[in-house]
Design a protein around this ligand. Structure first.
Ligand code: MG
Length: 389
């Protein structure tokens, strides 16, 4: 396909309640959406690097500028026949995986649109239903958390993930384990610890956790390998896996027993699928995570999660979990399966992804630009956001 125009949108989405993790507290999620045009077809992509570079080195304002000034111009008028082709064209620009992911995901959605196939089918997904888990950040009290976890179990969520940070540590997890002895449970440390905390993690071995997610530095593989050798509980890497190469090195070093694959963090669906394949070949299970994307990102995540080595319940959330008004509703149905588990089901009839509601997008817009025919940085709202056909 020939890329004829790129529109980029930086939006800030107010959350229903603040999201508290080891990185701090967010009242809104900053997301970046792009729309690729080819002929009279288009596809949307999204990644959510957040307002400030706390989860990773990227941030939404920076990703917006990079897409507008560097990445989108590199794709204009180019014939791009595959995700690998797009990756190669952007490969000379270092890092910036979230920014690249918006364009990669949009390319896959545009390709699905052009072929008249679902994204799941195009990616090679082997099933349509994907079990999804429940996540809980730091809460006001332990009683609030126990009530929330109990509610998640009643609702059929097959696993629960808890944030883990100073002030919300072993005693909290131990109480959840004591109250719910059979629950599939794991913790996410968001890179808040060092090897000096190894004793704390050895103590967690007694709580039969499914995994300990990203205990050490966001860019580390070696210390994680050292810590993994001391633990029975598998380490799951999230922040550290920014590329296929990082996944290969983590596996070779023995840094983890599991990988959380987020399409945004790894540069999009092309890399996410390659990391899935590398993990499968090495016998490492993986699962699909996310960063509170709108329905555009969620639809892509569900399609990805239908690949067969995504064996642990995904971080994919139904509309209304984080946002009062959804900017884009996912092409996904959330319901309980025959075993009572909460699942997300990719819509088979649908192709492409849902588009943001134009009026809603205007209300939450921070910045926008359209890049086409040598014109760089023309505000997209000057030409109007195109509504779904
Ligand atoms: Mg994580």
């Amino acid at each position: 396909m020939r890329i004829e125009a790129v529109e980029v949108y930086h939006a800030s989405l107010p959350l229903l309640s603040p999201w508290r993790t080891g990185y701090g507290e967010d009242a809104a999620v900053d997301t970046v959406l792009v729309r690729l045009e080819s002929g009279d077809a288009w596809g949307w992509g999204e990644a959510t690097p957040f307002e400030r570079p706390e989860y990773s080195a990227e941030w939404a304002g920076g990703a917006f500028i990079l897409i507008r000034d560097v990445l989108a111009p590199a794709l204009l008028a180019a014939e791009i026949e595959s995700g690998d082709d797009l990756r190669a064209r952007l490969g000379r620009f270092k890092g910036n995986f979230f920014a690249k992911a918006t364009l990669d995901i949009a390319w896959w959605n545009l390709e699905a649109e052009l072929q008249g196939r679902s994204l799941r089918e195009l990616l090679g997904g082997t099933r349509t239903a994907v079990p999804v888990g429940a996540d809980f950040g730091v809460m006001d009290s332990l009683d609030d958390l126990l009530a929330a976890v109990g509610g998640a179990i009643d609702a059929g969520f097959p696993r629960v993930k808890l944030k883990f940070c100073p002030g919300w540590e072993f005693e909290v997890v131990a109480e959840v384990r004591k109250t719910f002895p059979k629950l599939t449970l794991h913790i996410d440390c968001n890179s808040g610890y060092t090897l000096a905390d190894a004793a704390l993690f050895r103590k967690l071995d007694s709580l039969a956790l499914a995994m300990i997610e990203q205990p050490l530095a966001h860019d580390d593989l070696i210390d994680h390998a050292k810590l993994q050798r001391e633990l029975d509980t598998p380490i799951c890497l999230d922040e550290s896996i920014v590329s296929v190469r990082a996944a290969q090195q983590a596996i070779e070093l023995g840094s983890c027993g599991c990988i959380n694959v987020k399409p945004g963090r790894v540069g999009g669906l092309t890399n996410a699928r390659l990391i899935h394949d590398v993990c499968r070949a090495a016998g490492i299970p993986c699962w699909v995570g996310g960063n509170l994307e709108t329905g555009v990102g969620t639809s892509a995540a569900v399609a990805l999660a239908t690949l067969d080595n995504f064996v642990y319940p995904a971080d994919i959330f139904p509309p209304g979990r984080f946002y009062r008004d959804e900017l884009a509703r996912p092409l996904v149905e959330f319901r309980r399966d025959e075993q009572g588990r909460q699942t997300a089901i990719a819509f088979e009839a649908a192709t492409g992804v849902p588009e943001p509601d134009p009026e809603h997008l205007r209300q939450v817009l921070v910045e926008t630009a359209r890049i086409a025919n040598g014109h760089r940085g023309v505000p997209a709202d000057a030409i109007g956001i195109t509504a779904r056909r």
